[in-house]
Design a protein around this ligand. Sequence first.
Ligand SMILES: C[S@@+](CC[C@H](N)C(=O)[O-])C[C@H]1O[C@@H](n2cnc3c(N)ncnc32)[C@H](O)[C@@H]1O
Length: 427
Amino acid sequence: MARQAEAERERRAKVISAEGEYQAAAKLAEFTARSAPGVRIADVGEIGQMAALAAELRELGATALDPTPGGVRFQATPLVCCRANLQSRIASRILWQISCTPYRTEQDIYDAAMAIRWQEWFAPHRTIKVKVSAQQCPLRSLDFVTLRIKDAVCDRFQRARGTRPSVDTHAPDILIAAYLDRDTCTLYVDTSGEPLFKRGWRRSSGEAPLRENLAAGILHLTGWTPGTVLFDPLCGSGTFVIEAALMASRIAPGLGRRFALEHLLLFDRGRFESLRDELRAAIVPPDRGLIHAADRSEQALRAVRANLEAAGCAEAVTLHRGDALQQLAPADSGILVTNPPYGHRMGDREALEAFYPLFGDRLKHRYFGWTAYILTADLKLPGKLRLAPARRTPLFNGAIECRLFEFRMVAGSHRKPRPGTASSSTA
Ligand SMILES: C[S@@+](CC[C@H](N)C(=O)[O-])C[C@H]1O[C@@H](n2cnc3c(N)ncnc32)[C@H](O)[C@@H]1O
């Protein structure tokens, strides 16, 4: 009787999948959008990023938004999940929650994973990887938990289909994520695949590039909006200005890449492609002359050009080659946002010690009317610049704790004749 019911459920699931709609698709499902890894919910900056992420998801159609450590939980239809993957600038991945169960032993976790009808989520020819993260988990070995979840998925497939998926730990089609706290195991299917900061436009990295979603989140924290002037005078590979140019051109950040959700049985390629078409049609030519980037390194500028071309928004950014200590402000007012080198080597550190007071003077003398935002791991930066920050926002760049310092360059006694456009060569 139980076998008959199971067979009937599987038959129905196949029909639904064949129509391109999984039964959950009609309902709201639970998702978590994770932000940059290594961030803590208690940090002000992280809360700022969470608020930005939640606002972004709400605009895309998500409901019941609930910030959790490292991410925002929300409810949405699978179509909104596709939108979130394609359009979120701040999320690093979108996970679909498939179960949340109490546990005490590894066997409980195996049973929880075995209870899921994985064959309704993806086909057995797909490769899988299981990734377990835990906080306050009382179990001895997370490697063993990982193995038990993988076994449960394969056993469930074997029972239902007589065949099982194979494991690929490098480039799996399907990533199954498990999060364990003291007594609860939550299982997710990752709908993003490669993290969402991999937009597909990065051709060249330069020196210590920022993650794209961190740069987009910082732009949000600065309050910059398309239509106002933005300048990064130490632009490296151009992450800030390229993210800004994508926003100004209304280019969805995920348009140039694929997603793991395309391997799920619920995936409806027709609807996904019409969503892509809709997003392509929404692209606008950006206003020219508002977004500026400079670097003293020709190699860095070559990287920015290659990246801008790949991102499809080359005309949105004006490039200048030159030393940040000589650059003139490209407008009377605007937002300066930058991420200077940190200086891991001794010689570099000494050069930076000399650079900062001069850069502080430059900001005071040539950027009145501007607001400058500097992301750095050097927490003593304001003293070195000899500027008082109006705001300091804690953020993590990967595992490195940083501050985003805000400096308001008000017009005052340093007033000098109005600067013209940047003096150095323009590319
Ligand atoms: C940490 S990297 C910036 C990374 C960038 N945010 C990105 O995402 O790619 C710092 C950049 O500052 C540039 N730089 C260092 N000193 C400079 C100076 N005095 N004037 C202009 N550029 C400078 C370096 O060439 C390097 O490309």
